[in-house]
Design a protein around this ligand. Structure first.
Ligand SMILES: Nc1nc2c(ncn2[C@@H]2O[C@H](COP(=O)(O)OP(=O)(O)O)[C@@H](O)[C@H]2O)c(=O)[nH]1
Ligand SMILES: [Mg+2]
Length: 333
């Protein structure tokens, strides 16, 4: 069935879901249609606040997003949740798990919950997450929440697609235990110590520790002292304060009127402009990788070369050289 842009702009969910499927498709014949669709909707995007919610598995991200999403809806927002879970294609079950946990939000008419697509992911974040964000914005969602698993590259990718990066922490666990690499704290705009209901003294201690650790760090956003809040996704404690913090952040960035796009003078706008360049580079990398593996001359050699590398008769570096040569020759006119 054909994708109808006016239906997407009118917020038709079925059309939106279909458009997302098209955008995420890896079939070459869908690509042209997907790109045409993007061009058409791009002018209608950007009127939103994009939030990344990160933290180790079990930190409570899905539970938190459900509660925070509902709060945002009560405050007048339309919420879209995109789950980016690099483990989902391995465990299979976690997609269902996330959906089930966000059952209240999923069923709400002002929310749209999209689980992560299985496979087709480059470095954790789905290769089309950025484009999916634009689609849901065009459909009228003004608060975008990206759930991401707290590991390496996918964090950097998630930060590179959002305006506000929220890190969930557990009380009672040392930095090593939680795997807070310094790098992740460095990209955070706010830290929320979740599950404070379970152990308040530990939560407050964690908060104080994080605050002092952050005190000496240069914030990602200049002039913004990264707040550390404590609360609970299950009791809702701390969520109001988080909404206030998010609002303060928007104002701090020069984004005062959320009913329009961020003004060109705002830091939101500047951050997003830089993200457009990232988009281009992502598309280049994605296109090259797929083109490489689709190339007939590469494919004709790949299995043989792989076997040689595996049994030690060919160095990986030499193998790459061979395949690159084959690729170059294959792509000559
Ligand atoms: N007591 C308590 N339990 C929580 C809280 N937030 C999440 N949980 C529980 O922690 C477990 C993991 O939560 P989940 O949202 O799936 O974590 P995720 O892996 O980060 O998405 C679930 O059993 C939740 O019910 C909280 O604030 N307090
Ligand atoms: Mg989850």
């Amino acid at each position: 069935m054909k994708i109808e842009v006016p239906a997407i702009l009118a917020g038709d969910r079925r059309m939106l879901a279909r458009a997302i499927t098209l955008i995420e498709s890896t079939r070459p014949e869908d690509e042209l249609e997907a790109d045409a669709l993007l061009q058409e909707i791009l002018p209608q995007t950007g009127r939103s606040v994009r939030v990344a919610v990160s933290g180790s598995p079990g930190a409570g991200k899905s539970t938190f997003i459900e509660a925070f999403g509902m709060k945002s809806i009560q405050a007048g927002s339309k919420v879209a949740v995109l789950a980016v879970d690099p483990t989902s294609s391995i465990t299979g079950g976690s997609i269902l798990g996330d959906k089930t946990r966000m059952s209240i939000l999923s069923a709400h008419p002002s929310a749209f919950v999209r689980p992560s697509p299985s496979g087709g992911s480059l470095g954790g974040v789905s290769r089309r997450t950025r484009e999916v964000i634009w689609l849901v914005e065009a459909a009228g969602f003004d608060r975008i929440i990206l759930e991401t698993v707290g590991v390496g590259q996918s964090e950097i990718d998630a930060a590179g697609m959002t305006d506000f990066y929220l890190l969930l922490q557990l009380p009672n666990a040392g930095d090593e235990l939680q795997g807070i690499k310094k790098g992740i704290l460095e990209i955070a705009d706010c830290v929320f110590v979740n599950k404070s209901d379970m152990d308040r003294p530990s939560a407050l201690r964690s908060r104080a520790e994080l605050e002092s650790a952050l005190h000496y760090q240069r914030p990602r956003t200049s002039g913004w002292q990264i707040p550390v809040l404590a609360g609970s996704a299950t009791t809702g404690e701390g969520l109001d304060q988080l909404l206030v913090t998010l609002h303060e952040f928007c104002i701090h960035q020069g984004y005062n009127d959320l009913t329009v796009k961020p003004p060109t003078s705002s830091l939101f706008h500047l951050r997003r402009c830089a993200q457009l360049t990232d988009w281009m580079h992502d598309r280049i990398k994605d296109g090259l990788v797929r083109n490489f593996y689709a190339s007939a001359s590469v494919r004709s050699k790949l299995t043989e070369v792989e076997t040689k590398v595996a049994n030690g008769t060919l160095l990986a570096t030499e193998a790459v050289q061979k395949l690159f040569d084959a690729y170059r020759q294959g792509s000559m006119p």
